[in-house]
Design a protein. Structure first.
Lengths: 491, 118
């Protein structure tokens, strides 16, 4: 069994996707998707367990030995990210039932779940594979299905957002492809492990430099790293609630993983240090935190506010990567996990508001916090975690990030991280003020609390935010193991 | 001079790449953007195929008396990339059809005037 898990994680959702598409309307497609995602979450957990106790898993596709055949190579880093993706998918699915029934036309529901499973296939595939061209293919599988998912949003802006994302995403993926080609031309291999052994010998060549630059820009576009983030706010705002929850918690995280893998595993560590990549990451990180958080303050649409906040959070991860130290990468990985929890919880709570009143503009949600206390509670705790208040998961990521910055005596970064938290206080404060302290405007229709099926998954994530804020053994331990696996050390 | 003539295929690639990217950025018509995107992608296909060539190598089909073959792997990779490109184009065109249905136009600036998206 052992090795097969890593392949099953990709194959099960891939096979289930077309099956779900042809199932009769009703709740059957949802049930099958729920079953598949739960199974994937269990398998991802088993995979992480196997990696931690038995070491790296290597699976040869079709029995072709690497580096000629495609190899799935799982170590602590990708097992960790795969578990995040699969677990978020499994938590999102119970939430999806009611939300999707309300937001998606009935005849499109089987196709919706099919696309969601394809997106999951792509994201899991990126984490599993050890072949760099395979990364490109899975990147496009997940991207194409997310364009389709976003375009299913209720408003017509969903179409233009999906189109915009498609153009930017395709440019990003093509840049990645150019980079892979250039590096292949110098190393003659596509296996990332094999590439890592060959690259030091050819690292002085201009072609390798160029390839590296193309790959970095390509992934930065997928990652929505400032200033390449323009597609993200609209895509997250106009997508159906479930899609926003799923993509916000997983898609950019997987891109962060690819970035880490290429920076630290594929290329020799000294290579990245010799290029301005690290400085650029820190600059982009600082700019994202300040600019995107400021934008978030002025948003009237709650989903857009949270989307801009996501861009800012990606900035924190970029900072962690930019420090290029063990603490920095650990902080980036912890934040990757914690941000999936907080944005998952927040977007789910906002989805619950949309479920009840069909909108989420600031002026339409006045006083709703009193009518929907549980949803409001989730937003408050999610918001506190986003700000980084002690006792929540967000505090742990900020703590490690600040430690990493202090280690390098990067005072500006320290100031920016703290200032970013202050900006988060402002924008989350605005949201909470509108929800609770403003008098309700529309008293004609009575708003009631969201149904349990929406609240339960939200609160699972909310409790996870508190749990991982108090007990850090699991997250920090895993992130430290993963950072050590990537081979980064404190300078 | 030799540098320029000897690498003429790469110059073609770079030219196409820039033409494609520039079209995507500068054109306001959504279909023209897709055409630009296609030109950009095709330039990458050329890049891969150019790289696969081995000087003096024959087409990678086993034949008697042939010792040197070109590298077939880039061709296979590009076959995959072409499929991805076709899927992207199909999806993009489908989106444009639906944008036309709900906005009545496929000009970027007119859509922007309608509801500040794009």
């Amino acid at each position: 069994m052992g090795n097969n898990i890593s392949l099953l994680l990709v194959v099960i959702p891939l096979i289930a996707a077309p099956v779900v598409a042809v199932l009769p309307r009703g709740r059957l497609p949802w049930a099958v998707a729920l079953l598949v995602t739960s199974l994937c979450a269990v398998l991802a957990g088993m995979q992480l367990w196997a990696v931690l106790y038995d070491g790296v898993i290597s699976y040869e596709l079709g029995g072709w030995a690497p580096p000629w055949g495609i190899e799935y190579r799982i170590d602590a880093v990708n097992a960790f990210v795969a578990l995040i993706v699969a677990a978020i998918a499994a938590i999102t699915l119970p939430y999806a039932l009611l939300s999707v029934e309300q937001e998606i036309p009935e005849e499109k529901i089987p196709l919706f779940y099919s696309a969601l499973l394809l997106c999951l296939t792509g994201l899991l595939g990126i984490t599993q594979t050890g072949d760099i061209f395979n990364v490109f293919v899975f990147l496009e599988i997940s991207a194409l299905s997310s364009y389709a998912l976003i375009s299913l949003g209720r408003e017509r802006q969903a179409l233009t957002s999906a189109y915009q994302y498609l153009i930017m995403g395709t440019i990003g993926a093509t840049f990645f492809l150019i980079g892979v080609g250039l590096i292949y031309s110098q190393t003659g291999t596509l296996n990332m492990q094999d590439m890592a052994t060959i690259l030091p010998g050819v690292a002085h060549l201009k072609t390798v430099d160029t390839g590296f630059a193309f790959i970095m820009i390509g992934i930065a576009l997928k990652l929505a790293l400032f200033p390449l983030h323009l597609w993200l706010p609209n895509a997250y705002t106009y997508a159906p609630s479930v899609v926003t929850v799923f993509l916000a918690a997983t898609a950019t995280k997987v891109a962060v993983y690819v970035m880490l893998r290429i920076l630290f595993t594929v290329f020799p560590h000294s290579f990245a240090l010799a290029t301005p990549a690290e400085e650029l990451f820190i600059m982009a990180g600082i700019a994202s935190i300040i600019v995107a958080s400021t934008y978030a303050i002025y948003q009237v649409d709650v989903k857009k506010l949270l989307a801009y906040s996501s861009v800012a959070q990606i900035g924190y991860m970029a900072l962690g990567i930019g420090f290029a130290s063990a603490t920095g990468v650990t902080a980036a990985l912890i934040h990757l996990f914690n941000h999936a929890l907080m944005k998952g919880a927040l977007f789910m709570a906002v989805g619950a508001i949309i479920y009840r009143i069909g909108a989420c503009r600031m002026d339409q949600i006045h006083g709703l916090g009193r009518a929907m206390p549980w949803t409001f509670g989730a937003i408050v705790i999610g918001g506190l975690s986003l700000i980084g208040v002690p006792g929540t998961a967000g505090f742990i990521s900020k703590w490690y990030l600040v430690s990493a910055a202090l280690e390098q005596e990067a005072w500006i970064s320290v100031a920016v991280i703290l200032f970013g938290s202050l900006l988060a206080v402002v924008y989350m404060g605005k949201l909470i003020e509108a929800l609770y302290f403003k008098p309700a405007t529309d008293s004609e229709k009575e708003v009631t609390e969201a149904p349990l099926l929406l609240l339960a998954p939200t609160w699972v994530l909310v409790f996870a935010n508190i749990y991982f804020g108090l007990d850090t053994n699991l997250t920090v331990g895993l992130a430290e193991t993963a950072a050590a696996t990537l081979g980064v050390v404190n300078p | 001079m030799d540098f320029f003539v000897g690498h003429y295929n790469y110059w073609v690639v770079i030219f196409l790449m820039l033409v494609g990217l520039y079209t995507v950025i500068s054109r306001g018509n959504l279909i023209k953007k897709i055409i630009g995107l296609n030109i950009f992608q095709v330039s990458v296909f050329f890049l891969y195929i150019s790289m696969g060539t081995v000087e003096g190598g024959a087409a990678p089909i086993i034949a008697e008396g042939v010792k040197l073959y070109s590298n077939p792997l880039p061709h296979v990779l590009i076959l995959t990339a072409i499929v991805v490109g076709v899927a992207t184009t199909a999806l993009a065109l489908a989106l444009v059809v639906r944008i036309k249905e709900s906005y009545g136009t496929i000009e970027e600036d007119e859509i922007h005037d309608l509801d500040h998206s794009l």
